[in-house]
Design a protein around this ligand. Structure first.
Ligand code: NAD
Ligand code: USQ
Length: 397
């Protein structure tokens, strides 16, 4: 297949591009490199030393003999170029990772909220309308998030996208209807993914676009089979308070002797998936494309759920790190349960990689190797969800 990987310079996009190239697909990466600019804005860098995207593609060609092309393009701001690009390259599938993905970054200030909404919603909408206008019948696979569902405490398992509801008709009879699972996003970033869902629903129903939306949990780990093949293929690894995600942060904190930064009581339960499974799920979703006229296919792309304080205790047990319980910069339920259905990927053959000490220790070792690149001042999460929370925040462990 000819596959366009939008956002292919990012944490999940790069290993996905390598994985699919290794399987023999023709890969084009499209990225505006905004994530690299945001590193500069924040004064941080990936824990792992990342080469330029062009250099990474060159090394991949040397290692594998396969070519990955890179195209510098802003999906949100360059609509006419998006259309022209699609017409020129005619992809069979488009994988859409190209959004601003950090919840704390999206809540930093009004400017960051405006940027996140305009970047994410425009990128998705430009792509959809350009597919309709050019008539390119590509399967669109979008990376959504588990966070659109919110974190209910009622104990019922979260279904894969759709919820059957019983409604009373005008004449008092009962009727069944399936609706998109109601969203309850917890940040401006998560809100943009809720808006994406409506855009997908409309374009699948109105124009017959073939769309799969993957509601992904928190991705942990850094290496995949392909990134291990050469030092310069290494994946990015975010550790800072905005882009670092919880388990990866705990592992680097353990590596540098920084107390593990648990927000509040650590009673938040979240869904997780290892990066190797994430790229495999995308392959499985690509091989199972919907037909035109079908509703949007929604998969829950996660393999297990964990409570934040349990993760911290586990990493502390493995490494001897201390755990710090800090005021929570976010507005979120202090304690929640989470049960998630993920039968569709299991039925397609996913064999989950679960949290195991060997993999956790491997990440601590990588973090120790590159510990000199870590700026400890960038570790605390300082982006507060409201002005009131910001006023009382002390994130010093
Ligand atoms: P990332 O920030 O590392 O990568 C995103 C890439 O998209 C970057 O290279 C960035 O430069 C590019 N990009 C952003 N806006 C663009 C635009 N307008 N035009 C072109 N390129 C643009 O993020 P990631 O961690 O790789 O996540 C990829 C996707 O997966 C995101 O949509 C995210 O919401 C989703 N996701 C990530 C996680 C996770 O834990 N990392 C979990 C669930 C879902
Ligand atoms: N947390 C801590 N300590 C930290 C960092 C986070 O206790 O140092 C807590 C947060 O308060 C939150 C939980 O850990 O309760 C998860 O935070 P996170 O930053 O790991 O994840 P989140 O903000 O939800 O976002 C990440 C990705 C995003 C993706 C999402 C999947 O950045 O792109 O969509 O995970 S999900 O959470 O399933 O919606």
């Amino acid at each position: 297949m000819r596959i366009a990987v939008l956002g292919g310079d990012g944490f999940v996009g790069w290993p996905t591009a390598l994985h699919l190239s290794d399987l023999g697909h023709h890969i084009d990466i499209v990225d505006n490199l905004s994530r690299r600019w945001i590193d500069t804005e924040l004064g941080v860098q990936s824990l792992t030393p990342m080469d330029s995207i062009q250099e990474r593609c060159r090394i991949w060609r040397e290692v594998s003999g396969r070519k990955i092309n890179f195209h510098l393009l802003d999906l949100a701001k360059e609509y006419e170029r998006v259309k022209a690009w699609l017409l020129e390259h005619k992809p069979d599938a488009v994988i859409h990772f190209a959004e601003q993905r950090a919840a704390p970054y999206s809540m930093k200030s009004d400017r960051h909220k405006v940027y996140t909404v305009s970047n994410n919603v425009n990128a998705t909408h430009n792509l959809l309308t350009a597919l309709v206008e050019t008539g390119i019948d590509a399967h669109l696979v979008h990376l959504g998030t588990m966070g659109v569902y919110g974190y209910s405490t009622v104990g019922a398992a979260i279904p894969e996208g759709y919820l059957p509801v019983q409604i009373e008709t005008m004449d008092g009879a009962k009727a069944e209807q399936e609706i998109l699972y109601p969203t309850r996003p917890g940040s401006v970033y998560h809100m943009t993914k809720s808006l994406d869902q409506i855009l997908f629903q409309f374009y699948a129903q109105n124009d017959g676009l073939r769309i799969t939306d993957l509601h992904q949990g928190i991705v942990w780990g850094t290496h995949t089979e392909q990134t291990r093949r050469h030092d310069q293929l290494i994946n990015r690894f975010d550790y800072d308070g905005d882009y670092g995600t919880v388990l990866n942060r705990f592992l680097i904190q353990a590596a540098i002797g920084y107390p593990l930064t648990v927000h509040g009581t650590g009673g938040q339960t979240r869904a997780f998936i290892h990066i190797q499974d994430s790229v495999r799920c995308i392959e499985l979703a690509l091989n199972d494309a919907p037909q035109a006229g079908e509703r949007v296919r929604i998969f829950n792309q996660m393999t297990e759920t964990h409570r934040v304080r349990d993760l911290a205790e586990r990493v502390a047990g493995l490494t001897g790190a201390k755990v710090a319980y800090l005021p929570n910069p976010r507005k979120e339920a202090p304690e929640n349960d989470l049960v998630v259905k993920n039968d569709q990927f299991l039925n397609l053959g996913l064999n989950p990689t679960t949290l195991e000490n060997g993999l956790l220790s491997e990440i601590v070792e990588i973090a120790q190797k590159f510990a000199h690149r870590i700026d400890r001042k960038r570790v605390p999460a300082v982006s507060a969800w409201t002005k009131e929370i910001a006023g009382g925040l002390n994130t010093d462990p």
